[in-house]
Write a protein that binds this ligand. Structure first.
Ligand SMILES: C[C@@](CO)(OP(=O)(O)O)[C@H](O)COP(=O)(O)OP(=O)(O)OC[C@H]1O[C@@H](n2ccc(N)nc2=O)[C@H](O)[C@@H]1O
Ligand SMILES: Nc1ncnc2c1ncn2[C@@H]1O[C@H](COP(=O)(O)OP(=O)(O)O)[C@@H](O)[C@H]1O
Length: 292
């Protein structure tokens, strides 16, 4: 048997880093939302008890370093499963871009194996696996819009955003999330107003959401990748209601409710960067209600 799961990317609308914790991670408060730029994860039974990984993109590991492999291994160990699986990942999300590409593949693998192996996992059981793979995997299990706290693994759902376009521009460099957190001095950094962002979302106030976009990590990554500042400036000149770097970067996104602005942004930014996308938002997965 074979099951297919869609694996949407995320953007961070508000990302505040409160400080460093004793376990080496940073305490964060983030509002995240899923976008319709998605990988496709296919899981198929294998006759022998092994995990195999195939991806469509170069530079993505096809062994135990792949987050989808780690998710499958963790489920096999936790549920004492002695079955093999072939995992095939069609990558559409740019790699190491601040869009949680690897995390969403891991989350999709958890959802897929739950179906393939009839595990009847609850949402909480999926989260237990997710936190062992990475901080952003928990959000990606359900997706939609949510507040993520702790190291990013504590999830509280929020209402969906008003409909809009998300235009993404990925500079031709990648950054290491660990390095960006390491270089952050959270005391002297800018801190976005996460609570006001949540209120704006609850009020369905699109312009308020755009004005409140903020990311504590942006200044750190901008110092290393000069293109980010140039992209932001260029997008501002073309016109968008809100512009921000996602996660640890270097992808920059713009939000607009106007199709004409979306077209202008796409046309204007294509001459600037090779990786430019315009996508809609994604609703949360209606999964798990059967088991909750
Ligand atoms: C910055 C964010 C914002 O959503 O996203 P990306 O830019 O990666 O997409 C996340 O916090 C990234 O989460 P994720 O990519 O899952 O990180 P992990 O694999 O758990 O950790 C990678 C490394 O980042 C650092 N890290 C991560 C999360 C956190 N709250 N504090 C940290 O200090 C640690 O050094 C850790 O070893
Ligand atoms: N399924 C996967 N897809 C992409 N990258 C993966 C995957 N599994 C492991 N990785 C590793 O994770 C690193 C971070 O990639 P990614 O999750 O795309 O970035 P980000 O954390 O910035 O959102 C990559 O450099 C890659 O080596």
């Amino acid at each position: 048997m074979k099951v297919l799961e869609k694996a949407p990317a995320k953007i961070n609308l508000s990302l505040d880093v409160l400080g460093k914790r004793d376990d080496g991670y940073h305490e964060v408060r983030m509002v995240m939302t899923s976008i319709d730029l998605a990988d496709r994860v296919e899981c198929e039974d294998l006759p022998e008890d092994t995990i195999s990984i195939r991806t469509s993109a170069p530079y993505v590991p096809e062994d135990e370093r792949n987050f989808a492999y780690q998710a499958a291994k963790c489920i096999k160990e936790t549920y004492n499963i002695h079955r093999g699986v072939a995992i095939s990942i069609k990558k559409n999300i740019p790699v190491a871009a601040g869009l949680a590409g690897g995390s969403t593949d891991a989350a999709a693998t958890i959802r897929a194996l739950n179906r393939l192996w009839n595990l009847e996992m609850t949402y909480e059981a999926m989260l237990d696996i997710a936190v062992q793979i990475g901080s952003d995997v928990a959000f990606c299990i359900k997706g939609g819009t949510a507040l993520a706290t702790g190291r990013g693994e504590q999830i509280a759902p929020l209402p969906s955003l008003p409909p809009c376009w998300v235009i993404l521009v990925k500079p031709a460099v990648s950054v290491s999330t660990a390095q960006i957190y390491k270089e952050l001095d959270s005391k002297s950094a800018d801190h976005p107003d996460v609570d006001e962002m949540i209120e704006a979302i609850k009020r369905e106030d699109f312009l308020g959401i755009c004005q409140l976009l903020g990311n504590t990590l942006e200044a750190v990554t901008m110092k290393k990748v000069a293109d980010i500042g140039k992209i932001k400036q260029h997008m501002k000149t073309i016109g968008a209601e809100g512009i921000l770097m996602s996660g640890s970067g270097p992808t920059v996104f713009a939000l607009t409710q106007h199709e004409s602005r979306m077209q202008r942004l796409i046309n204007g930014m294509k001459g600037y960067c090779s990786q430019v996308f315009a996508v809609r938002l994604c609703k949360p997965f209606p999964l798990l209600s059967k088991y909750e």
